[in-house]
Write a protein that binds this ligand. Structure first.
Ligand code: XUL
Length: 537
């Protein structure tokens, strides 16, 4: 080791997503950085006693999607135990931050504050969380049951333009304000017993520091409650949502804020040091940094449970059509984002319907022609966010449900064309796409992406960009806190590395997709007008 470099330091990034929790650890020694640990656990498999399916508690109504905050706490406990037992020298962990699925809310009672500060290291975390909850379950981003509350909030603040121009988004069913309002209306007593409404991110951060944690502007802007211009709560929306909400919301702090240190619970239970904890953020803001988008001009596409298209924005130019969002970015700028709920689960639905493995799914893509001979699928297996579809069911146009390979190509092409169409509002003319998320491991899917967008697609050696981004955010914030600030370029340099196998678009295919996208747009408009569906999938 070079003596002038000093000992290495570790920065931990956690990601509590819809279906799993992951950790990425970056080792920093002088100017050198390397990823020394990447690990994940799936909620359904590792914690089967909660009975979740794809991370969601069993449901009969497709509009309702809730999960268990106790399960997330147990997963955090297991993951930090795994980190402590991983063989890395955890005494060198100096910073830890996290990423979480956006919009979901956790309702804590007045007991939570004293209980958070007195977590007992002899007892599992999960057993101590139950008594903190004013609501047993947490609504998550897949919930689409709050159309009424969206309308009520919109009307109360003076209309859609007022809401979106102040908060960055029109009212969306999954956003936290309509979810809070629904809880207040349907369970008024439990709402009254709620002392703090946390996001998933600030709930988990609270468990780490042993006190109520703040939120950052990236996750705060996914609530329909935060004024983008000031990164403070926008009172007209707060007042339109539920009584006394202002006193129940967390504080909002800049994304590179050290909010505390790992609480004694973690030190005593897992032998971790009193590392600095940096405010958590949403998975999309974290991914922005985790794929190196710290400058304007490129976009990222994350193929996860949700598929998202996002990019850094100079100015918060809010989507006039209302399909997208402007969030705060970890760099202090803004980011545009469009979210599609029919992501990996729709791909899985098609794979399972035809009894295929993932390699057979890829072979079906390889064996079918770009453009699928004009056969089109609108992949709305579950309620869709973009465009708003409340009656789920895939719609097929000229496509036989019997033809397995054509359906495989149709779901992938449908998803990519929808992303290209509905991200136009962001106005980013890009020739490079940073691809991330589980689905980005499939080159055949990325080939369709490159051809539809007419852009080169790059992948990264760490495919969990949300956990990676959280680790990098920890590095950025802890360095600043220690009086040695780094620029964002310096933070990502040498550690967010595009793989050499980028995928280039085929100009001929791209021209064809530009035509096909017009047909896709027509099919979409027709299906939205009719509202009915071919439920054959
Ligand atoms: C973004 C969104 C999803 C979740 C998934 O607006 O709803 O991407 O963050 O984790």
């Amino acid at each position: 080791m070079n003596a002038t470099m000093g000992p290495s330091k570790f920065f931990v990034g956690l990601d509590s997503s819809t279906q799993s929790i992951s950790a990425v650890v970056i080792e920093v020694r002088g100017d050198e950085r390397r990823v020394v640990l990447q690990t994940s656990l799936q909620f359904d498999e590792a914690l089967p006693h909660y009975g979740t399916q794809h991370g969601i508690l069993p449901r009969t109504d497709p509009a309702i999607a809730v999960s268990s905050p106790i399960m997330w706490a147990e997963a955090l406990d297991v993951m930090l135990g795994r980190l402590a037992g991983s063989g890395i020298d955890v005494s060198r962990v100096v910073g830890i931050s996290g990423s979480a699925q956006q919009h979901g809310s956790v309702y804590l009672n007045a007991e939570a504050r004293p209980r958070l500060s007195a977590l007992d290291p002899r007892r599992p975390l999960a057993s101590q969380v139950e008594a903190m909850l004013a609501r047993a379950v947490a609504p998550v981003w897949m919930d689409s049951s709050t159309a009424v509350e969206c309308r009520e909030i919109t009307a109360a603040v003076g209309g859609q333009t007022a809401l979106s121009s102040h908060t960055g988004s029109r009212a969306f069913e999954r956003f936290t304000a309509p979810q809070i309002r629904k809880f207040f209306k349907h369970d008024t007593d439990a709402y009254a017993a709620t002392a703090r409404v946390h996001l998933v991110s600030s709930f988990l951060a609270s468990l780490l520091i042993g006190e109520h944690a703040p939120v950052d502007p990236g996750d705060g802007s996914g609530m329909n409650l935060m004024a983008l211009s000031s990164s403070q709560w926008w009172m007209p929306a707060v007042e339109a949502t539920a009584p006394a909400l202002a006193s129940k919301l967390p504080e909002i702090v800049p994304a590179s804020t050290v909010i505390g240190r790992l609480a004694p619970y973690w030190q005593e239970r897992h032998g971790l040091p009193a590392a600095k904890v940096v405010v958590w953020s949403g998975d999309n803001p974290c991914s922005l940094v985790g794929v190196g988008l710290v400058r304007y001009g490129s976009v990222a596409i994350s193929l996860g449970t949700s598929d998202t298209v996002f990019g850094l924005m100079k100015e918060p130019s809010v989507d006039a059509e209302g399909t997208g969002h402007v969030f705060g970015a970890p760099t202090g700028d803004y980011m545009g984002l469009t979210c599609f709920s029919n992501g990996s689960l729709a791909r899985e639905r098609v794979r399972d319907a035809y009894g295929l493995s993932w390699s057979e799914f890829s072979r079906a893509l390889e064996a079918t022609p770009a453009g699928n001979d004009g056969q089109i699928m609108l992949p709305w297996f579950d309620p869709e966010i973009t465009p708003t579809v409340t009656r789920p069911g895939a719609r097929r146009f000229g496509l036989s449900p019997e033809d397995a390979p054509a359906n495989v190509r149709a779901v992938v092409e449908g998803q990519q064309m929808a992303m290209a169409l509905h991200s136009r509002w962001m106005g980013v003319e890009t020739d490079t796409i940073h691809a991330t998320g589980g689905g980005s491991g499939n080159r055949q899917i990325l080939k369709v992406m490159a051809d539809v967008f007419g852009a080169e697609v790059q992948r990264f050696d760490v495919s969990n960009s949300a956990a990676m981004g959280a680790a990098l955010r920890a590095l950025h914030a802890v360095n600043a806190d220690d009086g040695r600030p780094l620029s964002w370029d310096e933070v990502v340099a040498g550690v967010v590395c595009p793989l050499s196998d980028s995928i280039r678009p085929d100009a001929h295919h791209h021209r064809m997709y530009r035509q096909l996208m017009m047909a896709y747009e027509d099919c979409e408009a027709r299906a939205l007008r009719e509202g009915s569906s071919d439920r054959s999938a």
